[in-house]
Design a protein around this ligand. Structure first.
Ligand code: NAG
Ligand code: NAG
Length: 305
């Protein structure tokens, strides 16, 4: 029997079965923390020393911190739980766990959980980028952070178009990286229009500076099945072609493929196919009540990558 031929057939078959497989297995676990006023601390969350672990502080927003919440054109303020998630708490969790890095996320859905939605509202590209670079550099240095995540979820097509978003965010990430302020950047889109067209425009121009795609798979219906989920994963792998796409769950089980419906089986399938780059969870705040079982299971799975 010609084994080398058999091998070629095997790889040809793999290539046919998984034409969009671009990411490789990796052991990155990420978790949002600090947006929901539950008093959650970094030290509450289980950390497996065999994964790369990113906490993502939610959120820094370019709105005023007092009511009426008003857009500030790239002048970012801190909106996460600053009582528990302090600069010294960041320094301390990183010192006690060499596998931990900490990022901040931009925007989120609403300002401080209010009825004011956090819109992307730049006055101009140059002024927004200048304000964002200087305000975020101060926050990142003050808090000893390592990266940023982009989670604008509200767009007004008459106020700012896709290209403006691509330029503002692309130049912001590029500048922060060139200045040595951050080591990595991610984006956090979900299935919605016009939102996806904004992130796809950003991806088309600046995918080279975006390290991870935190796709919000929990934005789909909470009756999602394993096979639907794997289909969504393929769709988003082609939308963000060449990206390191993480799977995700929401820890209050309110959306997407839940653990009870097979989330971890789906992740295992992707890992067996060699294309599970990582997993992220929204959020530590809501996990706290249940003792973080999903965090433990996700990291155990990734530790086998
Ligand atoms: C969108 O932007 C336009 C133009 O700036 C403005 O007139 C409109 O009120 C905005 N809509 C929302 C929902 O903010
Ligand atoms: C699942 O979604 C339905 C429809 O949106 C909603 O009524 C239900 O409460 C959700 N279930 C959970 C566990 O959040």
């Amino acid at each position: 029997m010609d084994f080398s031929k058999l091998f070629s057939y095997y790889f040809l078959l793999l290539a046919l079965l998984f034409p969009m497989a671009t990411a490789e297995n990796s052991n990155l676990f990420r978790e949002y923390i600090g947006a929901q006023d539950k008093g959650v601390k970094f030290t509450d969350v289980p950390i497996n020393s065999d994964v790369q672990f990113h906490f993502i502080l939610a959120f820094a927003i370019d709105y005023t911190t007092t009511t009426p919440y008003t857009p500030t054109n790239g002048q970012f303020n801190v909106f996460w739980d600053t009582v528990n998630l302090t600069p010294s708490a960041v320094a301390s969790i990183k010192q006690s766990h060499s596998n931990v890095k900490v990022a901040l996320s931009l925007a989120g859905y609403s300002v401080a959980g209010s009825t004011t939605n956090a819109y992307f509202l730049p006055t101009s590209i140059d002024s927004w980028v200048n304000n964002a670079v200087s305000s975020l550099t101060s926050i990142i240095e003050q808090y000893h952070l390592d990266g940023i995540d982009v989670d604008y979820e509200n767009f007004n097509t008459s106020a700012a178009d896709e290209d403006t978003f691509a330029e503002c965010i692309g130049r912001l990430i590029t500048t922060l990286k060139n200045n040595g302020v951050i080591q990595f950047a991610s984006i956090a889109p979900f299935e919605d229009q016009p939102l996806q067209s904004y992130y796809e425009a950003l991806w088309a121009k600046y995918s080279n500076v975006i390290d991870y795609v935190n796709f919000q798979f929990y934005g789909y219906s909470n009756s999602t099945t394993v096979s639907q989920f794997l289909g969504y994963y393929d769709t988003q792998s082609s939308n963000y072609e060449g990206g390191n796409i993480l799977t995700s769950l929401i820890s209050d089980d309110s959306g997407g493929l839940t653990p009870a419906n097979g989330f971890f089986n789906a992740c295992k399938t992707l890992q067996d196919e060699g294309r599970l780059f990582g997993i992220f969870i929204w959020s530590a705040d809501s996990s706290k009540a249940n003792g973080f079982p999903y965090e433990t299971e996700a990291q155990d799975l990734l530790a086998n990558a």
